[in-house]
Design a protein around this ligand. Sequence first.
Ligand code: SF4
Length: 370
Amino acid sequence: MKTIGVYIHIPFCKRKCPYCDFYSVSHSASAGDDRILDDYTELLCQRLKEDGERLSCQADTLYFGGGTPSLLGAERLCRILRQAKESFGLSDAEITLEVNPEKRDLDFDRLRQEGFNRISIGLQSANDNELQALGRLHSVSDAEFCITRARQAGFENLSLDLMIAVPRQTRESLLHSIHFCALQEVTHISAYLLKIEPGTPFDRMKDRLLLCDDDEQAERYLLTVETLQRLGYQQYEISNFARPGFEGRHNLHYWHDEEYLGYGPSAHSFLNGQRFFYDRSMESYRRDIRISDGTGGDEEEYLLLALRLREGVTEERFFRRFGYPIPRRYYQRAIPFQKAGYLSSDSHGIRLTPKGFLVSNTIISTLLTP
Ligand code: SF4
């Protein structure tokens, strides 16, 4: 029986953050809106049940992302988890829930009892003035409260999200955020450069945001990598850092070009060699309109994804996947980047350096198509 990852998208947020391009709709806590959450929970359970009966798959990771999954509340989340277990087993699985710190009444005890074992908290910054500039609804003390509550409930595997090069941030305030994360002794940190997404409020007001230039962004990224490394967080992907043994197993499915199923509007899937996704519309999801995205899993796609990892493309994994060594042409195309310090290669494979990660798109596309 094949083993996959399962992603569940919860497309609701209390309020849209002005930089965000993920698919989600604003949700207020009125009675009518609660029915929307109930209906969506039922719809997800029904889809999970159908797939459990139709497909012969086990899952070893389940990831609730969004949107704001914590907005569903513990009971609905546990109901979905129970159905996912019935459909995909999930024995010894990593089961992650994304949580936004403003939800102070989330029942972590209930979540832990049901089997959730990893919490990913949207901290973004440990400076209140930056959180305000980002339009976030929580404060630093909300985040501290959230971490404490999760720990008290028995969650040992905690991840924090951090944003780099946000409005009002300085190198000093970035360092403060990084040290805040390390002081919380979390197992995992995701650190992303702010990207101005077309069509978002930040895109419309970008000239007034006083953002730092590309060189300064690069400096801050490298500062983040070095500092986290010094604090015991190994970089294992462009934006992800972990204590040894706590790398996020779910996202590793994506970067190893392995198969997964996505539930909810805007969710993508890769199953039996086929890629498909749902549109950014609740109505399309309700009507189960899947959009084909062609085939996946070939050599080039594998390289494209694996080069996001610090270990890069390894001879061992590549051989296990394709039954032949990494073709020599990729090593040859890598030489100029290696000389410039963007990449390293040896008998174990090819990998980008932190400096190379900053221009990964250019390097990867040159390696694939000279
Ligand atoms: S809470 Fe997260 S998903 Fe929702 S709008 Fe903000 S950044 Fe986007």
